[in-house]
Design a protein around this ligand. Sequence first.
Ligand SMILES: Cc1cc2nc3c(=O)[nH]c(=O)nc-3n(C[C@H](O)[C@H](O)[C@H](O)COP(=O)(O)O)c2cc1C
Length: 178
Amino acid sequence: MDVGTETARSAVPASQFKKGMRRLSASVSLITVNGPAGRNGMTGTAVCSVSADPPILLVSVNKDASIHDQIVDRQRFGVNILRPRHRPLADRFSSGASGEARFTQGLWIDGALGVPVLKDALASFACEVVRTVTVGTHDIFFGQVVGIDISDGSPLLYGDGQYEIPLPTAPQAYHAMI
Ligand SMILES: Cc1cc2nc3c(=O)[nH]c(=O)nc-3n(C[C@H](O)[C@H](O)[C@H](O)COP(=O)(O)O)c2cc1C
């Protein structure tokens, strides 16, 4: 399914669209894959819950990203939600050498389906691709979750072009700050 080619050209310039979307803060994840070409991963914020029954989430991946063709080949991927202390990993997985070189930092294990799982992630999901939709520059992979690890804590957030420190969640901690 290709939505991009059916859509009429928008009157809104891309620059304005990007400026508006910078106002949207989001949790930062590492999307991962493992296959004959080895491991690869990418920093991503375009991750979204789709359905709880069956459990399905989506990731939106630029077709030019090095991980893209590996997800298409393997029809599976991992999603690892980062904590604030994982900021260096977010940098590493969004620039510089791709592939195995990105995994020299962090404690990585093989999760369900063999997807790379960051052991101290806030939550990790192993997903099987059940549908792919092409929209403009990106492929949206819908993944059925077949493995999950969950722990407690705060997420690493990204908004307005920068990483943000999330507010403490406990009310007493918040009052201690003001
Ligand atoms: C905070 C942040 C969020 C990002 N979110 C996405 C995303 O959701 N989808 C995407 O395709 N690229 C996203 N990117 C860009 C990719 O991480 C980056 O282009 C990636 O390094 C490209 O892959 P490659 O270097 O392996 O080719 C994001 C980058 C940053 C810094």
